[in-house]
Design a protein around this ligand. Structure first.
Ligand code: GTX
Length: 247
């Protein structure tokens, strides 16, 4: 068996891996793991990733988890354009710097913004059904304020006046960042409004990735507001996961 990628495009790290593999014409079997149906909690998937999280990769007998590790594995396994993860010591270090930074900052802010924002205006929908408790307007305001601070850091520390986060060309950093930012966008947050630098950067990333691929990868998250209510039995299974993500 060749390369297999276990993904759900609702997940931001999965979208980064998916876009990267597709854009670079890497052949793979797509193994869909439906988070909303709790498929990531199945015994079958635990054989692939005992941590029961997506994305995951299988390459023959070799399995790998963690989106950043997966992206780096793909850059090293295949002969790909240098700009994704440059050979140059310092240019590569800039990509590493972003990949190390984002996990506890942009990841957290974007994920919480999606869930908290989706809760309030849609009390009849799946998110509050999962949560089983209200998200107060104060909590939402604090979450959006935290997102704002993180976006400012993204702009000031990483993007600055460049076309892309780490230089004049698209790199893994941009892919990991844009897939993250599209999470709150999916919930209706105006992430790019009043942020012309980030808005221009988004256009550059979309153009570099290709608009069709970008749209395809984000189709599900951009419809997150329309997801149907969760099945009660699934809800019981998913509750700990959702609460761990958003608290
Ligand atoms: N550090 C890991 C990585 O970057 O790969 C994190 C992986 C991770 O947390 N995956 C989540 C998961 O499988 C999916 S990403 C969040 C998706 C949000 C969807 C919102 C509509 N979580 C399952 C679990 O923790 O049980």
């Amino acid at each position: 068996m060749g390369l297999e990628l276990y993904l759900d495009l609702l997940s931001q790290p999965c979208r980064a891996v998916y876009i990267f593999a597709k854009k670079n014409d890497i052949a793979f079997e797509l193994r869909m793991v439906d988070l909303i149906k709790g498929q990531h909690l199945s015994d079958a998937f635990a054989q692939v990733n005992p941590l029961k999280k997506v994305p995951a990769l299988k390459d023959g007998d070799f399995t790998l988890t963690e989106s950043v590790a997966i992206l780096l594995y793909l850059t090293r396994k295949y002969k790909l354009p240098d700009h994704w993860y440059p050979q140059d010591l310092q240019a590569r270090a800039r990509v590493d710097e972003y990949l190390a930074w984002q996990h506890t900052t942009l990841r957290r802010s974007c994920l919480r913004a999606l869930w908290h924002k989706l809760y309030l205006p849609n009390p009849q929908m799946m998110f509050p059904v999962f949560l089983g408790e209200p998200v107060s307007p104060q909590t939402l305001a604090a979450t959006l304020a935290e997102l704002d601070v993180t976006l400012q850091l993204l702009e000031d520390k990483f993007l600055q006046n460049k076309a892309f986060l780490t230089g004049p060309h698209i790199s893994l950093a941009d892919l990991v960042a844009i897939t993250e930012l599209m999470h709150p966008v999916g919930a209706g947050c105006q992430v790019f409004e009043g942020r012309p630098k980030l808005a221009t950067w988004r256009q550059c990333v979309e153009a570099a990735v290709g608009e069709d691929l970008f749209r395809e990868a984000h189709e599900v998250i951009l419809k997150a507001k329309d997801l149907p209510p969760a099945d009660p039995t699934i809800k019981q299974k998913l509750m700990p996961w959702v609460l761990a993500m958003i608290r």
